[in-house]
Design a protein around this ligand. Structure first.
Ligand code: ADP
Ligand code: MG
Ligand code: ZN
Length: 485
């Protein structure tokens, strides 16, 4: 029997605001970089009598995210207490939203090799983060810097069918949130966290299978691998005649397996009820429209514009528009270029070598020392034949570190291709003199030897000869040789 996977994602995104969700404590993106328990107050420490106040800026960013995801924003939504006991949760409950969330019924269109998929979004709501437990030899410690940090939770319908769709959805969601300024997209700092709900069913079956929920997936890699492993595990269990228990699972990245944490909690376990200290959140149509009017250009629109305006291929247009800072860099390069270089060449540089160098040096575009003008200059040197493709890459890697002009770096590295006739002549003559056998073979009709001789010129010049011109100079010389010998 063949099976189909069914996946729904719950995404927690840290909202980029200056203060916490229900108090005035500052938010640092990397709360772990602070001394523990620095940014705390009676509200986020849950001291008796302290009252929460909703952060207006977070509501605005939440509405904009909901609009970008084509959701309907509720005219009235309600905060609710979600109770459970854990030392990182000072109040003993989290203030979240339950049956009346901020927004519902949206979708995100995602592209995979198999085409475009329409993934429905069930709900978008506001809540707060917990503190952090730090386990040490001398015991467990708790840091409340993160307690009360605003989170946006985005829940998809069970519409994802393959890991490709899961990856594309997660990538597109992140790109949208970053473009909106809602989230930093920095997954290493935990700014975006995933939970995957997974079930399988025989192909053709319409009823959903029993699902498991994998918690705490903090990278695209972990997300994709965990879903892949869990789908396989469930199929194996079913094929052996077993059944799937509705469970909450963890992901062991080292062993690449999911493991049971607890049986799945039910909504009634949390004893949800409306938060009595916060009035219902009323959002007027005028406020929604004002926020809609301020939406920035979203990644899908940007990619389409790059295709129509610059004639880019789809793949590079998508890659460049994932991050608005990269899209802006690309456009500055195009503005600096005039019509001296093609957009596709520039797009290839950025999505190829730049992305590779960013990974290698763990840099972001904001820290990139190569200016748009320098990239244009580099590509012009390449087009003029002064730099081979390999040399141009080496020069880029160099100016990435030094920030110097491409011409200066090329000179210093000694990789400028020489095409002046006198120099070429010297190399050609040297190679002809040193290889009489091969020259004779060529003259007697073995034309394949020509490539080998060009290779000798490249070697003699230590790669600085322009291969095309070296070939032409060699041919001219050999012909002269033929007529005089
Ligand atoms: P809970 O709050 O208990 O986790 P929800 O109803 O909010 O439950 O669903 C959470 C996520 O689980 C959603 O993303 C939803 O799409 C997904 N989901 C629900 N049922 C299934 C299923 N049978 N298989 C896969 N995913 C599912
Ligand atoms: Mg859940
Ligand atoms: Zn506080």
């Amino acid at each position: 029997m063949s099976y189909e996977a069914v996946i729904g994602l719950e995404v927690h995104a840290q909202v980029q605001s200056r203060s916490k969700m229900y108090c005035a404590c500052p938010v640092m993106e990397d709360t772990g970089a602070l001394l523990p328990n620095t940014y705390v107050c009676p509200v986020c420490l849950a001291l008796p009598g302290a009252l929460p106040v909703v952060n207006r800026r977070v509501v605005e960013l939440g509405i904009q995210a909901a609009l970008a995801l084509h959701c309907t924003v509720a005219p009235e939504s309600v905060f609710a207490r979600k109770s459970y006991f854990y030392p990182d949760l000072p109040k003993g409950y989290q203030i979240s939203q339950y049956d009346l969330p901020l927004a519902t019924d949206g979708y995100l269109e995602v592209q995979t090799g198999a085409g475009v998929s329409h993934i429905r979004i069930a709900r978008v709501h506001l809540e707060e983060d917990t503190g952090k437990l730090i386990h040490q030899q001398d015991g467990a410690w708790v840091d409340y810097n993160r307690a009360g940090v605003p989170l946006l939770e985005i829940v998809s319908a069970p519409d994802l069918r393959t890991v490709e769709e899961v990856r594309a959805y997660a990538t597109a969601l992140r790109a949208n949130l970053v473009a909106l300024g809602v989230n930093s997209g920095d997954m290493e700092k935990g700014a975006l966290r995933f939970e995957a709900n997974v079930s399988v069913r025989p192909v053709g079956e319409t009823v959903l299978g029993t699902r498991t929920e994998i918690k705490n997936l903090n990278s695209f890699r972990a997300l994709v691998h965990a879903v892949e492993a869990e789908v396989q595990r469930q199929i194996t269990v079913l094929e052996a005649g077993g059944s799937i228990a509705q469970q909450t699972l963890g992901w062991d990245d080292v062993r690449s397996v999911t493991f049971a944490m607890r049986s799945k909690e039910q909504a009634h376990d949390y004893r949800y009820f409306p938060e009595p200290d916060i009035p219902p959140l009323q959002i007027s149509a005028a406020w929604v429209e004002a926020l809609r009017a301020m939406l920035p250009e979203l990644p899908a629109v940007c990619a389409q514009r790059f295709i129509t305006t610059y004639g880019l291929r789809d793949a590079e247009a998508q890659l460049l528009s994932v991050d608005p800072a990269i899209a802006a860099y690309f456009e500055s390069v195009m503005a600096a270029a005039g019509d001296t270089v093609t957009a596709q060449d520039i797009a290839n540089w950025i999505t190829g070598e730049y992305f590779r160098l960013f990974r290698e040096h763990e840099l972001s575009i904001a820290q990139c020392r190569v200016t748009p003008v320098q990239l244009v200059r580099l590509q012009q040197l390449r087009q003029a034949g002064a730099l081979s493709s390999t040399a141009a890459k080496a020069v880029l890697a160099e100016i990435f570190q030094t920030g110097e002009a491409p011409e200066a770096a090329s000179e210093r590295l000694g990789v400028v291709q020489l095409s002046d006739a006198a120099t070429l002549q010297v190399w050609v003559e040297r190679v002809i003199a040193a290889n009489p056998t091969q020259v004779a073979q060529y003259l007697s009709g073995k034309s394949a030897v020509l490539g080998w001789l060009v290779g000798q010129i490249m070697a003699t010049s230590q790669g600085r000869a322009n291969p095309q011109q070296a070939r032409e100079a060699l041919l001219t010389h050999l012909e002269r040789f033929r007529s005089t010998s």
